[in-house]
Design a protein around this ligand. Structure first.
Ligand code: 13P
Length: 281
């Protein structure tokens, strides 16, 4: 299975000048690595998620490279246009070069009070514009300490079940329609990123065994919604760096990484990608 390493730049870098410098470093290293590799298979797909303001410039620079571009978020209110000040729609980020979008990042849930219903709408809007969706989920420190991780994940993953039911109903007009064809489409456009909130930007990480067991649970849960979802990749995020990437990459349940801080330097980002590339042969 192909691995994914995705760089979530969050509200970084500060200026267009700094974005260009990071893109220079990234593209120089990717080009050099690809010419060394020449002909040998690559097992890791790279993607970056710049902030909305830098998306068009970053994606223009990625033209012709193997690196994909994602948005960090999309509007819940409209997939296209409308009176929603401050929002960027799925159509607009697609036009700016995004192929995928993150949704449900814990920072959006925490600072923007993103609800379950809102995320169902975002999922729906993204799919309407043929975007791939990276759905971020994960428990807080208090929930982890109270051993509520799986309960929290159940609640957060329920948006997928709801979307499947909603779409199947729209297609058939019947309440009890089997969502299998919708599920096949979704299975090709969905990635789950498990990011324990307490591991984000803290340097604290769960053990590989813990992540592995949680990913197994996520895979079982989404497969129970619809069999085609058994092929969906599940990535780990939270303080992934060049030093710990090998240990995560070695586990068969961990299909890649969603990287924050370490994605802001080409060297560490590509070292993480290389760890997954080596492990997933
Ligand atoms: P860090 O890698 O900085 O912990 O951030 C993880 C994250 O939130 C990626 O979405």
């Amino acid at each position: 299975m192909q691995a994914w390493v995705i760089g979530n730049w969050k509200q970084n870098p500060a200026t267009s000048h700094d974005v260009n410098a990071l893109m220079d470093d990234l593209l120089t290293a990717v080009t050099a690595e690809e010419s060394t590799r020449a002909g040998t298979a690559k097992h890791c797909q790279l993607m970056i998620a710049p902030s909305c303001i830098h998306m068009a410039a970053a994606s223009a620079r990625l033209q012709g490279s193997s690196v994909l571009c994602a948005a960090q978020d999309i509007s819940a209110h409209s997939a296209t246009t409308g009176a929603y000040t401050g929002d960027c729609s799925a159509q607009q980020v697609t036009d700016a070069g995004a192929i995928w979008t993150l949704i449900g990042h814990s920072e959006r849930r925490q600072y923007h009070q993103e609800s379950h219903d809102l995320l169902v709408q975002k999922l729906d809007n993204g799919l309407k514009q043929n975007l791939g969706i990276v759905l971020c989920i994960g428990e807080t420190q208090a929930q982890y300490d109270a051993e509520q991780t799986f309960d929290v994940l159940d609640e957060q993953l329920a948006v997928i079940k709801e979307l499947l039911e909603q779409q199947a109903n729209q297609q058939s007009g019947q309440q009890s329609a089997a969502p299998s064809d919708v599920a096949v489409t979704l299975s090709e456009r969905l990635i789950i990123a498990y990011e324990p909130v307490w591991a984000i930007g803290t340097g604290k990480v769960p053990t590989v065994a813990e992540v592995s067991a949680t990913h197994k649970y996520i895979k079982q849960t989404i497969s129970s919604f619809a069999a085609p979802l058994s092929t969906v990749s599940v990535l780990y995020g939270g303080s992934v760096n060049a030093d710990n990437a090998d240990s995560f990459a070695a586990d068969s349940m961990i299909d890649g990484a969603l990287v924050g801080g370490a994605s802001l330097k080409a060297e560490s980002f590509l070292a993480i990608a290389e760890a997954f590339n080596r492990a997933k042969t």
